[in-house]
Design a protein around this ligand. Sequence first.
Ligand code: MG
Length: 371
Amino acid sequence: MNVTGIEIGKLRVPLKTPFKTALRTVDYMEDVVIVIETDTGHRGYGSAPATAVITGETHGSIIEAIRKVITPQIIGEDVQNLNRIVNLIQTSIFTNYSAKAAVEVAVYDLFAQSFGAPLYRVLGGGEPKIMTDITISVDYIDKMVQDAKDAVDRGFEALKIKVGKDLALDIQRVKAIAAAVSDKALLRVDANQGWTPKQTVMALRELESSGIELEFIEQPVRGDDVEGMKYVTERVSTPVMADESTFGPKEVIDLIQMRGADIINIKLMKTGGISNALNIANIASLYDVECMIGCMLETSIGVSAAAHVAVAKSNIITRVDLDSPSLAVGNPVNGGVTFDNAEIRISDAPGLGIEHIDGLSMMSFDEAASL
Ligand code: MG
């Protein structure tokens, strides 16, 4: 099974309600979608959203990196030479992690298809059902409390509360949600880099002394402030999770060794795809540091790949934050992984199992230059 070409397209999916974090507000998700074609007729799917404030990538940069730099490296390669292709992708261009992730996911999809097995099984197997949390967007307190109650009613057992806009109000937000649902759901708080290290320690001491037990606090301080992460981790009993502070395996090693976090949030769009997500899971397990798998605001193509990784590495990926598909109106991606509120199930179909994507129009390589 040899790679013969790549088609590129875009897929836009509206959200049920606007997604609000300390960094941005959006009301739809839109991915660059790629399809890798082969001489056997098998097609591999991959995707990447533009998350400029986190990865520095836009749709334009992702398409250009894939068209001009990454794809020429892998045309003609045998899909079953996975390690060789992964190395070609990872060394083709500096950073550009989302572009690399889109191509890697499509290659892994084909690799598993070439053995007629679902991806998670090729990655080592596992129980093909996982449970995700759901994001509660930052908003007025009453709205957040109502969203939290609705999520619990829909069967979610873990809520990820977005804060980071105003410290005093953030503390009130968490207290109000805890009062309403803490006996029914685990509470995860994501400050999205919105607090300073001292503010974080103050906020967590206040919450801890009020008897509120958070499952973790995620990325309270700026991603590049790893000393700040260490400062917080040393001073609070709530577990601290690194998200924007770690992209690839080397940053994970550094952060773990300096004790700058208790938990690592793995996202394919930060690691550059599946290979380094697996590397991080393996590194973290050496240190007995647990991981969460997360996603960007993105369609269920890339999220499906993350679900396969989570199943195969469930020994160390003990938390799942793959709620993006359940925030969307409908799911245009048919086949493979089913997203049913908190429950994510993977079918026996080979690869990612994607059969058809509604509303997706692919373009040839040259046409994509104008996307
Ligand atoms: Mg986060």
